[in-house]
Design a protein around this ligand. Structure first.
Ligand code: EZ4
Ligand code: CO
Length: 410
């Protein structure tokens, strides 16, 4: 029987920081797992290096479920983003190994394809309407068949998720990441936002019609009542979903939103386990699960979460920003094509440097992503090149109220 011989933590920063776990078996088979936690990267690297890698040595790499339980139950301290990202990295690396040993892509081990590919949505944004329209057109030209719409708000400066220019080739995301020892600060005003956003969706529907699925991310910036107001005001524009309309820690808060609006709701990119969703799912307070494989304990845990969600007709809409590494994105795609209750997949293309360090086999054609047919996950890591991109701290911005500087959710 092959055993786990080595587990190495690889840190690289090609445009943004990524933490990757590589497990090697005594037969020389390797598996990759993503352990990237945006803005807190080295905490997961230390968790893996100091507390996980040593205890993996000698275990049977085929026992994915048992290893998951060993790391989750065995740690005594449950849940939390650092723990669950570390467990996810081990889990995904073991699925990669199992696929390579079986000679099959991971999606075959998950039951095989349920669809031709995973419908992807891209991120359009603009500080004003002309730049937003340009951004939407650019995404349509790239083949996207569903689009997230974010805009600036009059009276506010830079708003997270909104690109500052639309020059050809410009990126619409936060890559490269904002480097520095402390986060940048942005100003926020919820009332201005609530007045402005419906006018944007009216204009986008007027320009692009009603066929195109449109999404919007509220980044946790509203109270449940404000979220209800926004959901109602967006109903005429037929959104695919409204994401993170209010923080989900208090799951009961979504009852207020749900009872007031039929706009579909998506939540969960900052959640770590099925327990964060328990009320949201059993009371059918959301329509889409936003988890990333990387932040929810891996393929094993997210597959179970989605099976639970399926009982309540809730679908997937996995998180796929550029701070999820190509390994994490590939893991999501294997689940996406196999799950019966797939909804949509977020997709922001990684930088060229990132895709040189992580060589991926997944494809984007005609609006659909496919993980490819290489055994395992289909991603290879270039150590030599990875080592040339050194880690430096990078943070998401923080949000303060324009009125008085109070820290605000986002
Ligand atoms: O803020 O990935 O829906 N996507 C998002 C992302 C998240 C970042 C957090 O690391 O909300 O832009
Ligand atoms: Co989001």
């Amino acid at each position: 029987m092959a055993t786990i011989e080595r587990a190495e933590v690889l840190v690289t920063s090609p445009g943004r920081n990524f933490v990757t776990l590589r497990i090697t078996t005594s037969d020389g088979v390797t598996g990759l797992g993503d352990a990237t936690l945006n803005g807190r990267e080295l905490s997961v690297a230390a968790y893996l290096r100091e507390h996980v890698a040593p205890i993996l040595v000698g275990l049977d790499p085929q026992r994915i479920e048992d290893t998951w339980q060993y790391l989750y139950r065995g740690a005594y301290w449950r849940r939390g983003p650092v723990t669950m990202a570390a467990i996810a990295a081990v889990d995904v690396a073991l699925w990669d190994i199992k696929g390579k040993v079986a000679g099959m892509p991971v999606y075959q081990l998950l039951g095989g394809q349920s669809r031709r590919g995973a419908l992807a949505y891209g991120h359009a944004s603009g500080s004003d309407l002309p730049s937003l329209f340009q951004s939407i057109r650019n995404h349509l030209d790239e083949g996207f068949k569903a689009i997230r719409v974010q805009t600036g708000v009059p009276g506010l400066g830079q708003v997270y998720g909104v690109a500052t220019d639309q020059k050809p080739g410009a990126r619409y995301d936060y890559e490269p990441a904002g480097r520095g020892v402390a986060p940048a600060e942005e100003a926020w005003d919820t009332r201005s936002y609530l007045r402005h956003i419906p006018t944007i969706f009216a204009a986008v529907r007027e320009e692009f019609g009603y066929d195109l699925p449109l999404l919007h991310d509220g980044h946790h910036r509203m109270t449940p009542n404000q979220a209800a107001i926004l959901g109602k005001s967006l109903e005429p524009y037929d959104l695919f979903w409204l994401e993170d309309c209010t923080p989900g820690e208090n799951q009961e808060g979504l009852r207020r939103v749900r009872s007031q609006t039929t706009t579909p709701l998506a939540i969960g990119e900052v959640f770590n386990t099925v327990f964060d969703y328990q009320t949201l799912i059993t009371e059918q307070l959301i329509d889409y699960v936003r988890s990333a494989v990387t932040h929810t304990g891996g393929i094993t845990a997210l597959k179970k979460l989605m099976d639970f969600a399926a009982v309540y007709q809730i679908k997937s809409g996995f998180h796929g920003p550029t701070d999820v590494s190509p390994v994490g994105q590939a893991a999501a795609l294997h689940l996406d094509v196999s799950l019966p209750n797939f909804g949509i997949q977020e997709y922001m293309k990684h930088s060229d440097d990132t895709l040189r360090v992580f060589r991926t086999g997944y494809t984007f054609e005609d609006g659909l992503l496919h993980p490819g047919d290489a055994p395992g996950l289909g991603v290879e890591y270039d150590d030599e090149l990875g080592a040339t991109f050194e880690y430096s701290p990078a943070y998401l911005p923080v949000n303060r109220l324009q009125l008085d500087g109070s820290m605000h959710d986002w």
